[in-house]
Design a binder for this molecule. Structure first.
Ligand code: C2E
Ligand code: MG
Ligand code: MG
Ligand code: MG
Length: 287
């Protein structure tokens, strides 16, 4: 009897694995289909320069417009796309789309701004990453200085010298580099010295409790003065309230991003935000 039950358990277990495997495979095929059938779209979230009250940059954020499930955020599918390598063609699509959008904003007469695009560590394993970026910039006609690439520390840790070579080439091309989610990984200060970052984005987990947690405040203060000392601009992510905006402002943090200013929005709405920047200025000045 025990043996039977054991065998049944085993079969049950086996079936579960198989059906999970099948689901994974289906999602993988589905992702491929999504890419080929224009189901991916980009949302844009402003990064505000608090000293001018203007939008300094827009960050492109990937969404999957699923015909049945609706809008799906990247945390759901990017990990799988990184695992199976699909993030490479998806990432190229994102870059091209984002550069085109920025070029469009210039064409309709808006004052030029930087478009920030997230790169996955997986993309640094491709030997032609730099060539691909050059190709896309030429194809879209966007000037290199209006592009910023956001990467996390994982890139610098996993790919060491290779990453350093790639990032140095980007720097030589006058593409800006941002370290994303600063404070969540090793946050080794030596990376900031070794790699040519222009921007440091403080992860929103430090901003969340900034008014209550003296420890978080101490960390933020230190990061802001570190940035000032190194000549790296600091962006605070995840600003949701007027209080956290005011507090960071008082600490001398110049760039901010978060729901308080705007959620990530579709291209059309992003264009409107850029055309009506006075609205945002009012928001900022109402300290
Ligand atoms: P990230 O690059 O750190 O982007 C910031 C995330 O924080 C975005 O989530 C944004 O919607 C969210 N956020 C912004 N302001 C606030 C706020 O005030 N409060 C809260 N609670 N959240 C805020 P999203 O769009 O879901 O993206 C999640 C992550 O997915 C991104 O984190 C980035 O790592 C990755 N990702 C997004 N688009 C791409 C892409 O095109 N390529 C790659 N490789 N990764 C991407
Ligand atoms: Mg980012
Ligand atoms: Mg981030
Ligand atoms: Mg993140």
């Amino acid at each position: 009897k025990a043996k039977d039950r054991g065998r049944n358990n085993y079969q049950y277990y086996n079936q579960t694995i198989n059906s999970q495997g099948k689901q994974l495979l289906q999602l993988e095929n589905r992702l491929r289909y999504a890419l080929n059938n224009q189901e991916f779209i980009l949302y844009y979230q402003p990064i505000v320069d608090i000293t001018t009250g203007k939008i300094a940059k827009m960050e492109a954020l990937l969404r999957w417009q699923h015909p049945k499930l609706g809008l799906i955020t990247p945390n759901i599918f990017i990990p799988l796309a990184e695992e199976n390598g699909l993030i490479v063609p998806i990432g190229e699509w994102v870059l091209e789309k984002a550069c085109l959008q920025n070029k469009y904003w210039q064409k309709i007469g808006l004052s030029p701004l930087t478009i920030a695009v997230n790169l996955s560590p997986r993309q640094f394993q491709e030997s032609d990453l730099v060539d691909k970026v050059i190709e896309i910039l030429q194809k879209t006609g966007l000037q290199t200085s209006y592009l910023e690439l956001e990467i996390t520390e994982t890139v610098t840790i996993q790919n060491g010298d290779i990453a350093k070579n790639i990032l140095t080439k980007f720097k030589e091309m006058e593409i800006s580099l941002a370290m994303d989610d600063f404070g969540t990984g090793y946050s080794s200060l030596s990376y900031l010295r070794q790699f040519p970052f222009n921007t440091l984005k403080v992860d929103r987990s430090f901003i969340k409790n900034i008014l209550e947690a003296p420890e978080d405040r101490a960390i933020i203060k230190a990061i802001i003065s570190l940035g000032q000392g190194l000549g790296i601009s600091v962006v605070a992510e995840g600003i949701e309230t007027v209080e956290s905006k005011n507090f960071l402002h008082s600490l001398g943090c110049r760039y901010m991003q978060g729901y308080y200013f705007s959620r990530p929005v579709a291209a059309k709405d992003a264009t409107q935000l850029l055309q009506n920047q006075d609205l945002i200025v009012t928001n900022i000045k109402s300290v």
